[in-house]
Design a protein around this ligand. Structure first.
Ligand code: FDA
Length: 301
């Protein structure tokens, strides 16, 4: 079995996910997860804010098939929005519809999302809808549109590996969009498979959104893309206030700080919570070099 498949299989193992919740961050996960509690996470956000970096905060959660679990996730997200407000940190929320009940009942999920969006709107905060696998894509977009029609404080994600990504970006051209390459395994009937094609489509989607003037979050660890965007923005006189770079918490931190120092808006995706195991395994699957995170901890203990 390839290393990637092994880590994906581990990330999907419910028994291991449940077992890991009982322990604090282990195996090096503390390098890529900001904390298990809201208090720890706010402290991590403050440290990033001090470096001129803003944050988008994600309450980790896997396998939500019970309404009680979705309600608990909603409560935790609302508590986080309140903690962001009370502590005055520079951060907003990223969320996944599946964690709020999409796989249980779409109407129930909508109610939960509405409650969250209302609290966020009261505090003048912003919500980003992360996009998951293709099976959830259109329902997630529909929920996002319904909520945005009421609160107008929502943005979402465009995944460049989808063949339909160009239609989706045209459809949502007035929204604040995070553009990513795409993280899930999808068939060739709906998604590009070849890395060069995905990378080329990724660049053209970024250019499209930058040129049409809506706020663009370029979420990647790929320095080729980042350098391209810097040049493109300069050539086309695109104001630095119209875009930001995003990376995941704990990855390429030197580059995060360097870009912030150069005067680019930089936003770190900050995952938190006790349900860290699946997220950590997927990061290892994505890039086997991330194994160094584990090794480093073993050797420094
Ligand atoms: P990719 O993995 O393609 O690597 C390209 C090159 O960049 C590598 O060859 C290497 O040279 C360099 N590189 C990459 N990582 C490095 C590292 N850690 N250290 C040194 N060099 C490195 N996906 C999704 O489907 N839905 C979503 O909502 C999101 N949300 C999201 C938010 C944020 C903030 C990020 C950063 C990413 C996501 N993603 C996502 C994940 C995204 O789709 C994608 O799977 C990963 O970002 C990996 O692709 P990259 O563009 O980062 O580089």
């Amino acid at each position: 079995m390839a290393l990637r498949d092994m880590f994906i299989a581990l990330s999907e193992n419910k028994v291991l996910n449940e077992a890991a919740k009982k322990y604090g961050l282990k195996m090096g996960a503390q390098h890529v997860v900001a904390g298990t509690t809201i208090e720890e996470t706010i402290a991590s956000i403050k440290a990033l804010n001090k470096q001129g970096i803003s944050c988008t905060v994600d309450n980790l959660g896997e396998f939500v098939f019970e309404k009680s679990e979705a309600l608990a996730a909603k409560e935790q997200i609302i508590n986080m929005i309140e903690a962001i407000h009370n502590s005055g940190v520079d951060a907003h929320i990223s969320l996944k519809p599946s964690q709020l009940g999409l796989d249980i009942d779409k109407a129930f999920c909508l109610d939960n999302l509405m409650d969250i969006a209302e609290v966020a709107a009261n505090y003048n905060n912003f919500i980003n809808f992360d996009m998951e696998n293709y099976a959830r894509l259109h329902d997630s977009f529909e929920l996002m549109e319904t909520i945005n029609a009421k609160y107008n404080n929502i943005g979402t994600v465009i995944q460049a590996y989808f063949l339909e990504s160009i239609e989706n970006i045209e459809k949502y051209k007035n929204l604040r969009l995070r553009i990513v390459k795409g993280a899930y395994k999808e068939p060739s009937t709906i998604a590009y498979q070849d890395k060069a094609t995905i990378d080329a489509n990724y660049i053209s989607l970024i250019e499209y959104h930058l040129l049409n003037g809506s706020f663009t979050s370029i979420a990647t660890h790929d320095h080729h893309v980042i350098n391209h965007v810097k040049k493109f923005a300069e050539t086309h006189a695109i104001d630095k206030d119209k875009f930001e770079f995003q990376m995941l918490y704990g990855f390429r931190t030197d580059m995060q700080q360097a870009l912030a120092k150069e005067g680019y808006h930089f936003c770190v995706y900050v995952p938190f919570g006790s349900d860290w195991y699946g997220y950590f395994m997927r990061r290892l699957a994505e890039r086997p070099q991330n194994m160094a995170l584990i090794t480093k901890q073993v050797f420094t203990k």
